[in-house]
Design a protein around this ligand. Sequence first.
Ligand SMILES: Nc1ncnc2c1ncn2[C@@H]1O[C@H](COP(=O)(O)OP(=O)(O)OP(=O)(O)O)[C@@H](O)[C@H]1O
Ligand SMILES: Nc1ccn([C@H]2C[C@H](O)[C@@H](COP(=O)(O)O)O2)c(=O)n1
Length: 676
Amino acid sequence: MYSTAFLDIPALASAGGSVQLPGSKSISNRVLLLAALSSGTTAVHDLLDSDDTRVMLDALRALGCQVALAEGTTRITGLGDARPAAALSLFMGNAGTAMRPLTAALALLGGDYTLDGVARMRERPIGDLVDALRQLGCHIDYLGTEGFPPLRIAQGAGVPALALDRPVRVRGDVSSQFLTALLMALPLAAKSQDVVIEVVGELISKPYIAITLALLARFGIAVTNENWQRFRIPAGSRYQSPGSIHVEADASSASYFIALGAIAASARGQKGIEIHGVGLNSIQGDIRFIEAAQAMGAQVSGGPNWLRVERSTWPLKAIDLDCNHIPDAAMTLAVMALYADGTTVLRNIASWRVKETDRIAAMATELRKLGATTEEGPDFLRITPPATAQAWRAASIHTYDDHRVAMCFSLAAFNPAGLPVRIEDPRCVAKTFPDYFETLFAVVQPASTGVPVICIDGPTASGKGTVAAKVAQALGYHLLDSGSIYRATGLAARQAGLAIGAEHAEAIADLARTMALRFDAGRVLLAGVDVSDAIRTEQAGMDASLVSALPQVRTAVVALQLGFRTLPGLVADGRDMGTVIFPAAPLKVYLTASAACRAERRRQQLLARGINAKIADLRADLEARDARDMNRSVAPLKSAQDALLLDNSELTIEQAVAQVLAWWQQRQPFARSAAG
Ligand SMILES: Nc1ncnc2c1ncn2[C@@H]1O[C@H](COP(=O)(O)OP(=O)(O)OP(=O)(O)O)[C@@H](O)[C@H]1O
Ligand SMILES: Nc1ccn([C@H]2C[C@H](O)[C@@H](COP(=O)(O)O)O2)c(=O)n1
């Protein structure tokens, strides 16, 4: 997961391969609550691990359910007839799928509970649900603004007598989650008589209600659906664990990859994108996104648990669509509209206004930044794509703490202008798809502009490794510590009993080419053994300097180094990154510091490891190493002609990092528009 302030996605050209999608958030949180209310233990397979499901799991644990995670399966032992914790304060984050159903369930369990969330949760209406529960006789108070969280369920003395002899009326035209919440909670009250729920107004998002009904049936509750207007929960209802249940992958998450298949040219040798975990027979309403994508030109095929999507009609066809049946996935259509042959209109999407953010306003604003013309109404959005490739703009997309905004705008990186797209706060995808960007990057290829590389070269102990690692971390880029490749080669040569010299150049080059070198979470593994410390000694540094002077060795490790250049970008540190390995890199920095300063840094580094060395010896060693690195015949250490010089003798690490990042920002097309 990317936890950086922003993620720059370079211009993309094609896609191909297969993706496995995470479990559906809507199904996951429904299953968790139903398992918690049931008798017995439910083994939940493929549960989504995300911010919103963690919120639900934390609440269930606090209420007294047993939750155990082993080998990818979550086991929930439900409350059954046991009473939950009597008084609790629960934090729901921004998880509507936890806030609404838990409010209803807790109101029918009895107890004294407060429920609150993040600032946006306090703006998301819950009044219609509370009204329905109050009609029944439940005691619920608002602790802030009327109609919005936080709220208190004040039933410490137990559930009051409930008015069940008349239908419970709930509005269906603001959020279908209110009805879902009642459907999942009211079986608790349907002991000696049927309970009827009556929908007031047009019921929106019926497919989500269909998911609720299907899952209730799996947990032993057979609700009668009377034309989506009345729902009857039979007397004697009792939640019963199905024992084990699989969570389908998220059909809304599939929409990004369906759109990807429709937008991107197929990568060489590939036929579009294959999506696993959800298929044509999905119980989720958002699967009907496929029809919308087909209407725009996507070619989609599939089976029960998979889909294949290929680009067909190009440009895509503009559509005018009532999106009430696919409220979440329809946001993806708004970005597909950027690639259409005319104006697309998405209608009946008023519910977007009360989601994680006001999604109509958010989408309109961000699409405009890219060069589109948009018009928003109370319940519609009209999108006209940029008229020409030149009319596209490189935009920094604000994501409003809304996972879907972040995910769907990543697809703007296929713009014909070859511009990168900046996604602000990429971590917000953690709500439903924590590894979204990693999954995307595994199946897309960059445009001709390539994967960006920042090279940081310089002499030993100048701080290259430290600065490179921090720059990479700030940008979410990969890191190539090329010195460690030569260090590992030197170690491998020693282990093989080879003296490091020209007479063994071929043998050492063979070792370098074939050694099983792996970089894993900051550690360096050689043939499965962690050699991170062994390659950091002064001797290993000298050996590395010697092997790196052998031309055969340098040639042998070129491919390995080039392989690090993967999406979304790379920071490479070494001696010849900018001059030889990545000569076209858009930013090259030659990082240096005075010899005295570098010797002192090395002394401090060794002291931290308990090694006391003389500063004069260290300085002599590093000057000897510099001399060899600078004077060898191939790829000597020198500043690339187009490198920027950074002498950090008088700088802190943070200042050096800030300077490199500032130079990088100056090279980004959206830096100016973001600031301005
Ligand atoms: N600007 C700085 N001010 C103070 N100390 C620094 C600065 N930059 C780096 N250092 C420290 O200097 C030491 C050497 O830095 P680092 O290992 O990053 O250098 P390097 O150039 O990668 O060295 P080598 O090429 O030998 O691997 C580290 O302990 C680091 O914390
Ligand atoms: N791109 C590179 C990186 C490193 N080397 C050689 C020269 C260095 O003395 C040695 C160890 O590098 P360090 O880990 O100290 O950065 O490896 C090189 O020739 N080219």
